[in-house]
Design a protein around this ligand. Structure first.
Ligand SMILES: [Zn+2]
Length: 84
């Protein structure tokens, strides 16, 4: 009941890594709930994990994958290219 009375507004979220703009629709009330300590999964149950990541950390899902690659994907020969 309560969830259906909220109005979702489209927000332009800019990825801090690739600077791409993603339009994500969510209710401002849900954002406030999250800021006040609600788990992001519970605050935005209607968003996919990638969009939640963008709200939470400011990085899109593809940049997040690059920042935190799965260990099995690492190619040892790439170590020399790491600059950070
Ligand atoms: Zn990105």
């Amino acid at each position: 009941m309560e969830a259906q009375t909220k109005t979702r507004v489209q927000h332009a979220m800019i990825c801090i890594c690739c600077r791409n703009v993603f339009n994500i629709s969510f209710a401002v009330e849900d954002y406030i709930d999250w800021k006040q300590g609600k788990h992001i999964q519970n605050a935005f149950p209607y968003l996919n994990a990638g969009n939640r990541e963008l709200i939470q950390s400011g990085t899109c899902s593809s940049c997040f994958d690059e920042l935190f690659p799965e260990e099995d994907d690492r190619d040892p020969s790439d170590d020399n290219h790491l600059e950070q």
